[in-house]
Design a binder for this molecule. Structure first.
Ligand code: ADP
Length: 618
């Protein structure tokens, strides 16, 4: 029942009103016009010039020549006519070609950059929850994929439309002038428009139906070429499963081709029969009958007119057909641009307030906070309340899935709580601007990412400034990555990964983690959040890292998640989460004395370590 409703909703959404069709296409043209009005004007202007030249050197000239020859007239006037048009054509083609090859690439870059900037800006604003909503995510991927191309396609379609309007008008005028009855044949293709509209709708549905499977194919492709998956893909049989997936995806494509291909064949065959058989052959037979049976004396056509009709009727009917075609293409563009506009018009749910977050941080208070992921059946966090004093170090511990990372994401306002609030210096963080609030945090996520940029930029995460090298060097020393970086061919200038630079560096996961850790040492933010910063380090490196971290974050408020409870000893207080609730909170000593869950976990881990040491010593 629910599924039926959803399907119905989906179907409804695919429809788009005529008004919205034009609005969406105008949106694309406006984008081009705003980025480069000259480009838009020359693009369309060139078509008008080409169209007129085509007519005056084509059908019109042909008629003049045949009629002049038939009447035995002097051809010198025609020679001048041809010479003038040849000169104009050469000059026009030269100017337009210069524009296309020298000027327009620069303008196209401006247009592309404008569109990409808009999309990327929005992508950085939408909340993380959007990535977990498959319907939004599909729209988002389609918008990213299509936006740039579609904008050019709209322009291209408009250009084609303009060209065909000129060709059709000029040739129709000629045909009407020869014999008004020819208009019946010329206008017939308009009746076939509905078939084309149907084809365009099927085309769009087909493309949409392919999209999810295409994403799956891209995913499989990524697992085969991305470094991240290289090791797993070489051990075990996962690559066979991936190939199985790939075969499945292609089976889906085949089924879709079967579903939509036949419909498309039927519609386009019908349309072409209408166009070629009824229009072109019909008009040709009529013209031949008129010239042969009636002749000019009997009110029929001259041989010259008959020749022009045979040449022009196809031009007119195909041009008219293209006009209908372009109208339906606008409809197709509008359907895709709908996703782009939906995405660009999306109002992010997590927005900042007016106030700037205090420069030096302050007390962070979490009050009765509960949170549930979209679509989840129960709350991930329930009634969480605690205070992080200024300069306090809090260890966040708990088993996997207890909600530690989720709590961190809420503290960073990557999600907003369902209930409760977070206060910084007594002010709800929703009242503060997002940028100023998030800037107060230096964060290393468990699944941190390094970028294909220099070591320096990867640590600063901003444009480097004068004197930054000292800062970066110090941060690298504190995170324990300094010596490794100094051994790299270009030191701080070394680009990470070899994807774009032969001299780039591929670092081990532990080394990468140290680099990402250097980020929080370089920027002295009042808050530091470390989500399992030591997961890839060996125990000795981990101990050194935590010692360094304690020294380097002196005076800053720190929340760190660590799977090794031995490091929790270094924190001022420990917060133990259990199934989304605070199970215990207090200093290490207090919790050990309490002899509750934390003490039990601590003892178990210590036992394991001791156990492994015993085994090693044996
Ligand atoms: P921890 O960091 O303690 O291991 P997490 O905060 O990552 O725990 O996860 C807590 C719970 O929330 C887990 O059950 C996890 O499956 C669920 N969860 C985490 N991220 C998402 C998400 N994006 N969507 C839905 N559920 C999620």
């Amino acid at each position: 029942m629910k599924k039926n409703k959803e399907n119905k909703k989906k179907k409804e959404k695919k429809k788009i009103s005529a008004k919205r069709t034009w609005q969406n296409n105008l949106f694309a043209l406006r984008e081009v016009g705003k980025a480069s009005p000259i480009y838009l004007a020359v693009y369309l202007g060139a078509t008008v010039v080409y169209g007129l030249l085509g007519f005056f050197t084509g059908a019109y000239l042909l008629r003049e020549i045949v009629n002049a020859v038939e009447a035995g007239e002097d051809l010198s006037g025609l020679v001048i006519y041809v010479a003038v048009f040849m000169t104009v054509s050469v000059l026009a083609y030269l100017a337009i070609s210069w524009f296309w090859n020298v000027i327009s690439p620069k303008m196209e870059e401006k247009i592309s950059l404008r569109i990409q900037k808009k999309l990327f800006q929005k992508a950085s604003e939408v909340e993380l929850a959007c990535y977990e909503n498959p319907s939004f995510y599909d729209k988002y991927v389609r918008a990213m994929d299509e936006a740039q191309n579609r904008v050019y396609q709209v322009l291209n379609t408009l250009d084609t439309l303009l060209g065909h309007i000129i060709t059709t008008s000029a040739n129709s005028f000629l045909l009407f002038f020869i014999d008004p009855w020819l208009m019946v044949f010329a206008l017939f293709p308009l009746l076939l428009g509905f078939l084309k509209k149907r084809e365009s709708k099927i085309n769009h549905d087909w493309a949409v139906a392919r999209k999810t499977t295409e994403r799956r194919v891209w995913y499989v492709q990524r697992t085969f070429y991305l470094n991240d998956y290289a090791k797993e893909m070489r051990i075990g049989g996962i690559y066979r499963l991936m190939l199985r997936d790939l075969r499945g995806s292609y089976r889906t494509f085949r089924d879709l081709t079967h579903k939509y291909g036949w419909k498309m064949t039927a519609l386009s065959t019908l349309r072409h029969i209408g166009l070629d058989v009824l229009t072109v052959f019909g008009a040709t037979l009529y013209a031949v009958w008129s010239a042969m049976c009636l002749g000019p004396e009997g009110g029929g056509m001259s041989v010259g007119d008959c020749v022009v009709v045979i040449g022009s009727i196809a031009t007119v009917s195909y041009s008219l057909n293209y006009i209908v075609d372009t109208l339906t293409q606008f409809h197709e563009h509008a359907l895709f641009l709908e996703d782009v506009r939906y995405f660009l018009d999306y109002e992010p749910k997590i927005v900042g307030g007016e106030r700037r977050a205090p420069e030096d941080g302050g007390e962070l208070r979490v009050e009765h906070l509960s949170f549930r992921y979209d679509g989840a059946e129960k709350d991930t966090l329930e009634d969480i309340s605690f205070t992080l004093g200024k300069g306090e170090r809090l260890a966040l511990v708990g088993s996997n899935g207890s909600g530690k990372t989720t709590l961190v994401k809420l503290l960073l306002r990557l999600y907003d709580p369902k209930e409760g609030e977070i206060l910084l210096d007594g002010v709800n963080i929703k009242e503060m601007t997002l940028d100023s609030y998030r800037e107060r945090f230096g964060t290393v996520f468990q699944d941190f990412k390094l970028f294909s940029m220099s070591v320096r930029e990867n640590i600063l995460l901003r444009e480097p400034r004068e004197g930054d090298d000292e800062l970066v060097t110090q941060a690298l020393k504190e995170s324990g990555a300094y010596e490794r970086v100094m051994r790299l061919p270009k030191g701080l200038d070394t680009v990470l990964t070899r994807e774009f630079d032969d001299q780039g560096a591929n670092l081990s996961v532990g080394e990468q983690q140290k680099l990402s850790l250097a980020r929080v040492f370089a920027e002295k933010t009042p808050f530091v959040i470390l989500d399992e910063p030591s997961s890839a380090l060996d125990p000795v490196a981990e101990y050194t890292m935590f010692e360094n971290m304690m020294r380097a974050t002196e005076g800053r408020s720190v929340i760190f998640i660590s799977h090794r409870l031995s490091s929790a000893v270094l924190a001022d207080r420990v917060l133990l989460l259990d199934e989304g609730r605070i199970a215990e909170i207090g200093t290490h000593e207090e919790l050990m004395r309490k002899n509750g869950k934390y003490a039990e976990m601590f003892a178990r881990q210590a036992e394991n370590y001791l156990g492994s040491e015993v085994t090693e010593n044996e």
